[in-house]
Design a protein around this ligand. Structure first.
Ligand SMILES: O=C(CO)[C@H](O)[C@H](O)COP(=O)(O)O
Length: 218
């Protein structure tokens, strides 16, 4: 059970200090948005490269961008341990996953809420992580979409069927109120943005979220 706080809701003018407030996290989730794939603009490669020196935690880059085939390998090269591209945006998802792995990073593919998992069943072995969005991508602080829970269950069943070690990440509206539902459905990696960075003690919130998720699997 891994907690990967999103820095989208952190103080973006003070990121070096913000990542040091989540020392118990398993990875730092970095939301890259280009105002084309999603209607928001956040940060990109130069910020990731600069931030790399400020924490030992692995980086989990989530690329919400229109041309991941062009950019994803560069995020691996910049020191991201995991690089997620959206299947809705990728021209050649299998080739891209292989390129990310060839750069030494974990390859991950994301699905928006209305994108089904079934067409990608045969691709699971190409992936180190599958990200199921539980909000429409673009903004932090949105309400968790319960309609995504059946897809998380179906994805977990497909992973079991194929015997793959692929991690199953959920992202969007994950909080102390919703994390148990995600864990029950089969998720094992949890992105939490506003829940962590709006807490008085972000690191304590990371631990509380992990405890809740682990209690479901105990
Ligand atoms: O990918 C994202 C939005 O597209 C964010 O990672 C996500 O929304 C996290 O923020 P919150 O936990 O506040 O929903």
């Amino acid at each position: 059970m891994q907690i990967t706080p999103s820095i989208l809701n952190a103080d973006l003018a003070n990121l070096g200090a913000e990542v040091r407030r989540i020392g118990s996290a398993d990875m730092v989730h970095i939301d890259v948005m280009d105002n084309h794939f999603v209607p928001n603009l956040t940060l990109g490669l130069p910020v990731v490269e600069s931030l790399r020196a400020h924490t030992e935690l692995p980086f989990d880059a989530h690329l919400m961008i229109a041309d991941p085939d062009r950019w994803a390998p560069a995020y691996a090269e910049a020191g991201c341990a995991s690089v997620t591209f959206h299947v809705e945006a990728a021209a050649a998802p299998v080739r891209l996953a292989r390129e990310i792995r060839a750069q030494g990073a974990r390859a991950s593919m994301a699905l928006k809420p209305a994108t089904p998992i079934e067409p990608y069943e045969d691709m699971l072995a190409e992936l180190d992580m599958l990200l199921i969005m539980t909000v429409e991508p673009g903004f932090g602080g949105q309400k968790f979409l319960d309609m995504c829970l059946p897809k998380i269950r179906r994805a977990r069943a497909l992973m079991d069927k194929h015997g793959v070690e692929t991690w199953l990440q959920v992202d969007g509206g994950v909080s102390l109120e919703t994390i148990e539902r995600c864990a029950e459905a089969g998720a094992d990696v949890f992105v939490a943005g506003s829940a962590v960075y709006s807490a008085a003690d972000p690191d304590a919130m990371v631990k509380d979220l992990r405890s809740k998720a682990e209690a479901v699997r105990a």
